[in-house]
Structure formats: structure tokens, C-alpha cells
Design a protein around this ligand. Sequence first.
Ligand code: NAP
Length: 295
Amino acid sequence: MTAKIILGTEVAKEIREELKKEVASLKEKHGITPGLVTILVGEDPASVSYVTGKQKTAKELAFHSLQDTQPADISEARLLELIDKYNRDKNIHGILVQLPLPKHINETRILYAIDPKKDVDGFHPVNLGKLMIGEADYLPCTPAGIQQLLIRAGVPIDGAEVVVVGRSNIVGKSIANILLQKAAGANATVTICHTRTRDLASHTRRADILIVAAGKPKAVTADMVRPGAAVIDVGVNRIGMTPEGKAKLCGDVDFEAVKEIASVITPVPGGVGPMTIIMLMANTVKAARLAAEKK
Ligand code: NAP
């Protein structure tokens, strides 16, 4: 059996069309345009490229979008002042600070300073706490994208055995929490694995849905996957350069071998990646809608 390949690029397009309609309706009914500011500190090429992608999508969706680029030596106090300014700006519904920040800035302090109502990345402890108790306003974007991929590909989640490889706050623990909720598109039985897990393969082989976010090329090989499983590869590993000078990427799953036994699988690139940006846009639209409903 060869797996059906779930293209995040296609699913993201579908969601983009839905969001366009919601943006138009927000304008028509409430006179509100979703506003997103992306704050970039320094000129790290990967961060510049991520922020450019986010701004491009925001513009395509006719958001009020703002790019605030600051020098790498900006002080933490100045950055906190900027966040405070955007927290109070009624035309801005979402604030995204591109990570990582330079070493002299305390990332946690910056993320905690964002008004949770404008935390469209879903990283603020208030939003992560709400996710845990099943009352989330904003889900972190990458895990929210994974859930949408599963739902829209028709993968049964209710009652499924889900195994997550990786326990970071923003991917592993969050997707585990999302799929564990007593809610539609969830209700799974979830196991989280990490580097101290004894016999990783014994866990991954039990999975109906295997989600891999380890950041290690080929951490999951074909012998670790149950035939017919749905496999979501979150990993993005740079493994050299293409002849055109672009970064060559691979995931955490041995794609070529695993696609021969899985029922569905996501590729890298073109799988989870495109979903992260579109879910950021969905969170921003939601933030604007919540602000409109409060008015
Ligand atoms: P992270 O913070 O480095 O966490 C990696 C996790 O994987 C850790 O919990 C680690 O365990 C675990 N791990 C590493 N190697 C393992 C192994 N061989 N067996 C079992 N567990 C292992 O990474 P992250 O931020 O979650 O990101 C994970 C990957 O997803 C990265 O490649 C990242 O680039 C990618 N990513 C992609 C997107 C996207 O939009 N597509 C978004 C975010 C992240 P310990 O806790 O024990 O160290």
C-alpha cells in the first residue's frame, strides 16, 4: 500500500479561501479589518524569510498588516515598550514576535508581555493554560495546523491511539493536549515520547496516528510504523543546499520507506509548514472577531 500524501499547501489554500470570506464579513458587519503586526529583531535570514511569508499571506487576506523591524541591539526595555504600544493599539488584533530573539533579550519576558487577547501565536502561558483546560481562544499555530490536516484528510481521531514524538511546549505537548480534549476533532488516547523514552519503537508501532516533532532526520524509520498508520512529520531539518542555493530540507521521518506502509503521510517541505502560517492568520481573524463581539 502506498500512502495518500496530505499536502499542507492545498489544505492551507482551502483555509485561506474560508478566511477571505470571514475577513469580508467582519468588514461588512462590524467595520473591522484584522490587524497583525510582526516584530522582527535583527536580520537572521531564516527569521526574515518567515516574517516575509507571514506578511505576504496577511496582505493576500487584506489584513491591516504591519512589519516592525528593529535592530539586533535593541534593548529589552525598548522592545517591551513597543509591545505595550501594540497592546493598546485598537487597530492591531494580533502581535507576533519572531523567535529566536538575540541572547541579551529574555524571550519569556517578551512573550509574557503580549496581551493574551492578541497572542495569536498561542505561546502566552494564559493561552497554553486555557488549552490544557479545554477553553482555548488561540491554539499554537503548528499544532492547530496538524489537527486541521488530520480532520480535513478524514483521519479518524476520536478514540485513536496517538503517539507524539517530542515534548516541546509549542509542538509536542501542545498537539498532545489538543488531541486529548473531550471535543470534536480530538478524544484521542495520547502518548508523548522523548529522549528518555525506553524503547521508542514499541510506542510508535502502536500508533494509529504518529506525530513526529523531534528535529532529527530519519528519527522514525519504516520498522517503527504500524501498517496503515497516519504519519504527520513536523520536523524541518536542513541537510545541505540545492544547486539553486536554497536550503535542502528533510523531515524527521524516513519518508520514502514510510510512505509504502502508512495510510496517509505529510511530506517535508509542503506538509505541516504551510499550515503554521495559515493558522496564524486564522488566530488573527479570530482575535478581530472576538474584539468586534466585545464592542
Ligand atoms: P525541540 O524543542 O528541539 O524539541 C524536540 C523534542 O524531540 C524534545 O522533546 C526531544 O526530547 C525530542 N527528541 C529529539 N530526538 C528524539 C529522539 N531521537 N527520540 C525521541 N525523542 C526525541 O523542537 P520543536 O520546537 O518541538 O521542533 C521539532 C521539529 O519540528 C524541528 O525540526 C522544528 O524545526 C520543527 N518545527 C516545524 C514547524 C513547522 O511549521 N513545520 C514548527 C515548529 C517546529 P527531550 O525533551 O528529551 O530533549
